[in-house]
Design a protein around this ligand. Sequence first.
Ligand code: ADP
Length: 363
Amino acid sequence: TEIRQQRGEFEGAFDSLVHLAVIIDPNGVIRHANHAFLLRAQQTREQLVGRQLSDYLSQELAQWVRALPPSPLPGGFAVREMDDDSLNGVFFVTVSDFCDADGAVRGRVFMAPDRLTVSHLEAQREARRQQLTQSEKLAALGQFVAGIAHELNNPLQSVIGYLDLLRTTGAVTREAYPQIRTIAREADRAAQIVKNLLIFARSGHLARRPSHVNAILQRALRSRQQPCRAAQIEIVRNYDVTIPRIHGDPLMLHQVFLNVMLNAEQAVVATGRPGRIDVASTADRNQQRLIVTVRDTGPGIPEDLLSRVFEPFFTTKDVGKGTGLGLAISYGIVHEHGGTIAAANHSEGGALFTIELPFNLLA
Ligand code: ADP
């Protein structure tokens, strides 16, 4: 019984190998073949055992196996990388002497790592490498963008400052006022782009700390309270007060909520009618995620543009009104937090933005 049990264990282990394994006698006749080999050769064990191994290999590989020096092999094994049509794959083949307990050579062990497992490993390694290069690239891009933004910011602030000076000292004639106003508006727009670029550059380096999403939302909404009241936009808040704190960057999350809120406000204003913005926070405890939704009563987003709104510099707003960076930056910040941001249209009209942040950032 004990011997049968031990034999079963060895056979089980042999069959559990993901690599192709065959044991041949000194004449090249198959004595044992594991499950992985049977699968590749598309044969049953009964069909295979007793046949020549070379029957199941490509000519090239069979020739190599036949041409190996007699046992004992120099160094105990031979190795070869080979593209094998018969076994359908690229294999890293090893052949080693098969010795019994007394050290007598009884045959050879033919072993070939299954290409699927190897390519799976390689794919994993490649994905990790790409992920790393991607984050390195983003970090480099962030530094580059931050450098440019800083360099541009100084002369821009001078332009804006001197324009103000010209206006307040009355050094310009009345006829030149419209041009001066245009210069000032465009300079402000450039300053807004620079500010967004600086935020983008920072989004790769979050300053995380325990943060309460409701409080961040509240701060963002407060800054838009007056303009919304003036435009007859009602802000309806629906916070779940039981949501947990997360480990996030409050300044960056504030920027996300503010961008989404500003878009909602501009969308309602575009209708020329009074409107409403619904802001809600909830927690999906099964999925371990916080969910913030912002819905407006604006015209919504045309279906064919839904997938484009997060692209950098994508804007449908007039020149001077939109930079097309708000949602692109928000997307970057939310993803940096391990979350998602999605745009949709509400069934009853208006746009609906959903921001999800994972709980695993729990502080
Ligand atoms: P910007 O607001 O400067 O145009 P964003 O990246 O914030 O840049 O938004 C990109 C575009 O997405 C907007 O120009 C607009 O077409 C669309 N969009 C965003 N939010 C809304 C909304 N609430 N309702 C309708 N369209 C929206």
